[in-house]
Design a protein around this ligand. Structure first.
Ligand SMILES: [Zn+2]
Length: 680
């Protein structure tokens, strides 16, 4: 029996033969892929010739092609079109993949060859791209402890293992604490203010839990709906306290885990030669140093804080005019009154806009935008199989007709797909042995499916999401490089959202919207006053939300900028760090650190700032389009040349400067959010 994952594709462009791939093909393909990859690593190590860039660095970059091909297909379908069998295969293959990764990263003779090439790097006559690949390869090994003495290697391994277990425990505690709480209401009077769709969901939840009446829990939709609409201050206080004291004390306590994680990270940083974990984590990002990140956060915070306090004062006076009798808004009052203020001042909802955003029109508009800016065109290819009948496949062509990429578009929800929206690749761009491989890009969303009665209509948020993921897709499609690890979206964490977030801006530009937004029944163009409202709503409470995000970033940098554990406990440390940034009264019992999964059990340690960093990049970059015209071909050509086509072939900070002519300016974001004027 032939395994389609192990034979050359005969389809145009070498497209994956999705119509032939079945679940039973994965395991043998993974096994063969791993065996081949290991044999290739062994061959690099056993090469009798002296280590060279080609026989070591390039050979390592190109090792494991079969495994890459299988993983590229399997892990993407595991998210987009999965079933129980695939979940089981994922579990079964996971230890084998980990073992293979360790086989490479802990391979001492392999590292000895890499180091030998690296030590001679300036005498090898390498071009920029090769030089960067050599540096990145060497650094990856060093950052995983390759230079440590055997004793230190062992200690490092122990720290890492302990840290990963603690991270899991931390995450489990947050989940358990979240699930342990419910607010059950049996007195109908205490549902005051809640709209029908909220009480219906609460009645469902009560039934599920075998309770009478209505139940709310700490999942975000349930929690936030209650806080937005309920007029019962006491119940809002209770729910707020439950939400903000998750994993603080009790059987799922994380307060001590936070200290243990912070302590292990200090030890890991120290053993690798860094004063703090933040120094280690930020070194290979665009920002480079904690000092740059801290200065960046302050630069945004300074004007945002007074502006946010002003916004809170505005909401308070509105509340008092409308029956609120207290002197200050408590945190559990805020959400309710901001919603009422929004209702009163910006009459805008999804139902008003949706008829103007028919999915097919939006897709054409987004493709058209890529045409206007970069000269790209999209030709549907029904002859190339997608992985599901809902998937459409396009041949993406450059302005001169050259094939750039295959684009797989998968818009509608189904049981086999996880929630959310994302861009991914089945194959990245590279040149191997002189043969170029163009990328296979995939964009996956969960938009409402058309029915016999109505087409698929997007909310404005969904249009923005489409543009965002399409921006990542362009980054992948326009990649031009030799080495896959350096092309497309393989860039620093604090840079990768620039190509995506910048595209969101077009969703707020009348010049773009007027080109396609027509009422699907009447054909009427999107009224100008609706566009105005969309823009106005975009910046509602902008300073307040910015301060919230900055607080998370500041707390993250405080924990990961430590050289030693603080004497005070977790809660006291957090209060000390955050008190100067407060805009609403601080509640002594609450603690963010106990349930801050992003930095204590996810991948964002010393990285939470990246969200704001990317916003500054896109605001600053887009301001050039605003200045020269949002369809300006020259600006677009420069964005393509310096950002989209470059991947990480050069330092991201250098690339950015080449496009924009200066370092990213936080002022651009403040201007976009209209924060500067309000406070100076
Ligand atoms: Zn993104």
């Amino acid at each position: 029996m032939e395994n389609p994952l192990l034979t050359e594709s005969t389809l145009p462009f070498g497209a994956p033969p999705f119509d032939k791939i079945r679940n039973e093909h994965y395991m043998p393909a993974f096994e063969q892929g791993i065996a081949e990859a290991k044999a290739e690593i062994d061959a690099i190590v056993a090469n009798p010739a002296a280590p060279s860039f080609e026989n070591t660095i390039e050979a390592l970059e190109n090792a494991g092609q079969t495994l890459d091909r299988v993983s590229g297909i399997f892990y993407n379908l595991l998210e987009a079109d999965t079933d129980d069998e695939m979940q089981q295969i994922a579990e079964d293959i996971s230890p084998k993949m980990t073992e293979y990764e360790m086989y490479v990263s802990l391979n001492e003779p392999l590292f000895a060859r890499i180091k030998s090439v690296y030590d001679r790097r300036d005498a090898l006559g390498l071009d920029k791209e090769q030089y960067k690949l050599l540096e990145d390869t060497y650094k990856d090994f060093v950052r995983s402890g390759a230079l440590l003495s055997p004793a230190d290697k062992e200690r490092y391994g122990q720290y890492e293992e302990e840290l990963s277990l603690l991270g899991l425990q931390y995450g489990k505690n947050v989940l358990a604490a979240t699930n342990a709480y419910t607010l059950n209401i049996t007195d109908r009077a205490r549902l005051a203010g809640l709209p029908g769709f909220v009480t219906e969901a609460a009645a469902e939840l009560a039934k599920e839990k075998g309770q009478e009446g209505w139940t709310f829990d700490l999942s975000y939709p349930s929690y936030s709906a209650f806080m937005k609409y309920s007029t019962d201050r006491e119940l809002k206080r209770q729910l707020y306290m439950a939400y903000n004291t998750k994993a603080v004390g009790g059987e799922n306590d994380n307060l001590e885990n936070v200290r243990r994680i912070a302590d292990l990270r200090i030890k890991i940083a120290n053993i690798l030669g860094y004063p703090t974990y933040a120094d280690y984590a930020i070194e290979d990002r665009m920002a480079k140093t904690p000092a740059t990140v801290n200065a960046f956060l302050s630069k945004l915070l300074d004007p945002s804080l007074p502006a946010a306090r002003k916004e809170v004062a505005t909401i308070l006076s509105f509340a008092r005019e409308n029956g609120f009798e207290e002197e200050v808004l408590q945190p559990w009052d805020f959400s309710y009154w901001t919603e009422r203020y929004k209702d009163a001042h910006y009459a805008l909802n999804d139902a008003l806009l949706k008829p103007y955003f028919q999915l097919e029109d939006c897709i054409d508009a987004v493709f058209g935008l890529a045409g206007k800016l970069y000269g790209l065109s999209f030709e549907e290819r029904p002859d190339i199989p997608g992985y599901h009948k809902d998937v459409k496949v396009y041949d993406v062509k450059d302005a001169d007709g050259r094939h750039l990429a295959l684009f797989y578009a998968d818009f509608f929800p189904r049981e086999s797909k996880r929630g959310g929206a994302w861009m991914t690749e089945f194959r990245g761009q590279s040149i191997v042995d002189g043969v170029e491989r163009r990328p296979f890009i995939s964009l996956v969303t969960n938009f409402t499916k058309p029915t016999a009665q109505s087409p698929s209509l997007l909310t404005h948020d969904e249009l923005t999401t489409l543009l965002h993921e399409f921006g990542h897709s362009l980054h992948g499609m326009m990649a031009e490089g030799r080495y896959e690890s350096q092309t497309g979206t393989n860039v620093a964490r604090d840079f990768v959202e620039l190509p995506s977030q910048i595209m969101e801006n077009w969703a707020f530009e009348p010049e773009f919207l007027n080109g396609f937004a027509r009422h699907y029944q009447t054909g009427e163009i999107l009224p100008a006053d609706l566009i105005e409202k969309v823009k106005a709503t975009q910046n509602y409470l902008a300073a307040y939300y910015q301060v919230r995000q900055l607080q998370f970033g500041i707390l993250d940098m405080a924990w990961h900028g430590l050289t030693a554990l603080p004497e005070e406990g977790t809660m006291a440390f957090e209060k000390k760090v955050l008190t100067p940034t407060a805009v609403l009264p601080s509640v002594p019992e609450c603690c963010t650190s106990a349930s801050f999964g992003h930095i204590f059990s996810g991948g964002y340690s010393a990285g939470y700032y990246s969200y704001k960093w990317a916003e500054v990049l896109e605001a600053d970059a887009f301001s050039l389009f605003k200045e020269k015209g949002i369809f300006n071909r020259e600006v677009a050509a420069s964005f393509r040349e310096n950002i989209l086509s470059k991947g990480s072939r050069e330092d991201e900070a250098v690339l950015y400067r080449r496009f924009r002519g200066h370092d990213p300016q936080p002022e651009a974001l403040l201007r976009k959010l209209e924060i500067t004027e309000t406070c100076k």
